[in-house]
Design a protein around this ligand. Structure first.
Ligand code: FAD
Length: 507
């Protein structure tokens, strides 16, 4: 007798709800546990998964294989093009291995839910029991509702209820299961259909449709990914511990200074791990809460609660996605408003934005950082998203897609939520007339321009008070033509007014 654990966006053994249930069920029934993980290159490419994230997934699968082998559990790695083939393949696998029970954590985007529903139906007709679990959030989608049972459209009341629900119901973690009596590691090795996942390079060459942009990204990934985003659960947990020890105490202020910590920022940088499920969000919540309890009265309550509220934003956007599945199909939360804005589709402007050559130093620095590291600081995500969707009035979907293709932490719900918020077409979004000025943002959050100068070396000799002042910078660049940095074709004051006008015309 064997149970199958299907790992998806939950590549960990600690506090993995389905995995804990799978092992417990097997133990009670004297069964073995075998695991499977699918690489779906065509699906990933159509979902614009970045090479940074694919690389992290591949490295984490290898780390997971090690941890699982300590538990006498083998992991089958299968490559199939897409979700449709995945469904057929997993059912065939269940039959080949005489699986009686299939366990998995739910994935909430529409196509994934439809795939799982199909699998559940087919499995039932084959006599296989399937069990699905909520796991990827602190509080699962659709649990937090208004008094009238409706989904929340605004974050703050959602957050209050989220906190209250955790307080009342409590959170329990599922520890890593003990080793199983039956060893399935050899059986798993025999059931693989590939070894082309060993490195991102091999995977890329074997399965992805190459493009010049991807080749460039591959080069950066090869140089930096292991260093910036080390794999294995222990690495993720130690990053959490390190953040709680060193940085959370002044998070409320330091979170907005991207130059801190060697230009990586003083936030946790746990998002890549949360995105692929290498780390439990409940563990993050509970450890932060423990820290709060142990420091009561020491003045860091605001900082810790602020960080906890960011975990709630993550849950909020999942809740929005599940309640409004049309957003997965490119619709905005505020559909009529979005559809009446005359979005621009100007390739040259878009190119200057993504290449970091707009002439707005903070925007350019942030985009270059994204292109070279797969990561961008949260405040800068808002700044560049607003610059694209407001000052340039380019359809936010272009920016959303570009982010997915380049972020190591690309996550549909958070990315879509962040873009719709910035473009003023989302739930609880910025009002359209509130457009961040990227120069004042730089003056406030990068006052000595050290972040900008790190990523935009052309400006290394320009004084900070000039870099962060739009008019002074234009004059300076005209007087110093040897500096190879573009002047602004349209001042931000004017592009801002044009954007506001475009939104006004819709009402
Ligand atoms: P911390 O400040 O340490 O926060 C802890 C965790 O809380 C994060 O790891 C993340 O999981 C969650 N979190 C923090 N801020 C947000 C937020 N605004 N929305 C949702 N969750 C949040 N986050 C992603 O994980 N993937 C994305 O694809 C993504 N795209 C974004 C696009 C735009 C336009 C914007 C404005 C934001 C986006 N975010 C996204 C949210 C946020 O920028 C990142 O989660 C954050 O920068 C990650 O850094 P960190 O782990 O150091 O965060």
């Amino acid at each position: 007798k064997t149970n199958l654990m299907w790992f998806r966006q939950d590549l960990r053994t600690f506090d993995n709800t389905a995995f804990a249930a799978c092992c417990e069920h097997a133990r009670q029934n004297h069964a073995g546990v075998i695991a499977v993980v699918y690489l779906t290159p065509k699906q990933w490419q159509s979902h614009r998964k970045s090479l940074w994230q694919i690389d992290l997934i591949l490295r984490q699968i290898r780390a997971l294989e090690q941890s699982l082998s300590q538990l006498n559990i083998g992991i089958i790695v299968r490559v199939v093009d897409d979700f449709a083939l995945q469904a057929t393949d997993v059912l065939e696998l269940c039959q080949q291995l005489s699986i009686s029970h299939l366990f998995a954590n739910l994935e909430y985007p529409v196509n994934e839910l439809a795939r799982d529903q199909y699998i559940a139906q087919q499995a039932q007709s084959l006599g296989i029991v399937t069990q699905w679990f909520d796991d990827s959030q602190v509080v699962a989608p659709q649990r937090i509702v208004t008094d009238k049972g409706m989904p929340y459209k605004v974050f703050t009341p959602f957050y209050k209820r989220w906190l209250a629900m955790i307080e009342t119901a409590g959170l329990t973690l599922s520890p890593t299961p003990a080793a199983m009596a039956i060893n399935t590691t050899q059986l798993a090795k025999d059931s693989r259909n590939t070894n082309d996942y060993i490195t991102i390079d091999a995977f890329y060459r074997a399965y992805l449709t190459p493009t010049a942009a991807l080749e460039k990204q591959l080069n950066h990934v090869g140089k930096l990914a292991q260093l910036l985003y080390p794999a294995d659960e222990a690495a993720a947990q130690s990053r959490l511990d390190d953040f709680l020890k060193k940085h959370i105490a002044d998070y409320n202020i330091a979170r907005d200074v991207p130059a801190l910590n060697n230009h990586l920022g003083a936030t946790s940088r746990l998002s890549p791990y949360l995105a692929i499920g290498m780390l439990s969000p409940r563990l993050c919540y509970l450890k932060a809460r423990q820290k709060l309890n142990s420091q009561q009265g020491l003045g860091s309550e605001k900082d810790i609660m602020r960080w906890i509220s960011e975990l709630a934003w993550r849950d909020f956007y999942y809740d929005v996605m599940v309640n409004r599945p049309d957003i997965v199909k490119g619709k905005a939360f505020l559909t009529p408003l979005d559809e009446s804005v005359a979005w621009r589709y100007d390739l040259a402007d878009f190119e200057s934005w993504y290449q970091g050559k707009t002439g707005v130093p903070l925007v350019d620095a942030a985009m270059r950082c994204l292109n070279s590291t797969g990561f961008m600081h949260n405040r800068l995500r808002m700044v560049v998203a607003m610059y694209l969707s407001k000052n340039l009035l380019i359809d936010w979907r272009w920016g959303e897609a570009y982010f997915m293709q380049h972020l190591v932490d690309g996550d549909f719900a958070s990315n879509n939520g962040g873009w719709q918020w910035s473009a003023s077409v989302g739930t609880d979004a910025q009002p359209y007339f509130r457009v961040m000025n990227p120069f004042s943002q730089a003056a406030t959050h990068d006052p000595d321009a050290s972040y900008i100068q790190y990523w935009v070396p052309e400006l290394a000799t320009v004084p900070a008070n000039i870099i962060n002042n739009e008019q002074k910078l234009q004059t300076y660049l005209t007087q110093h033509p040897h500096i190879a940095y573009p002047t602004l074709a349209t001042p931000t004051k004017i592009s801002r007014a044009m954007a506001i006008d475009a939104f006004k015309k819709t009402s």
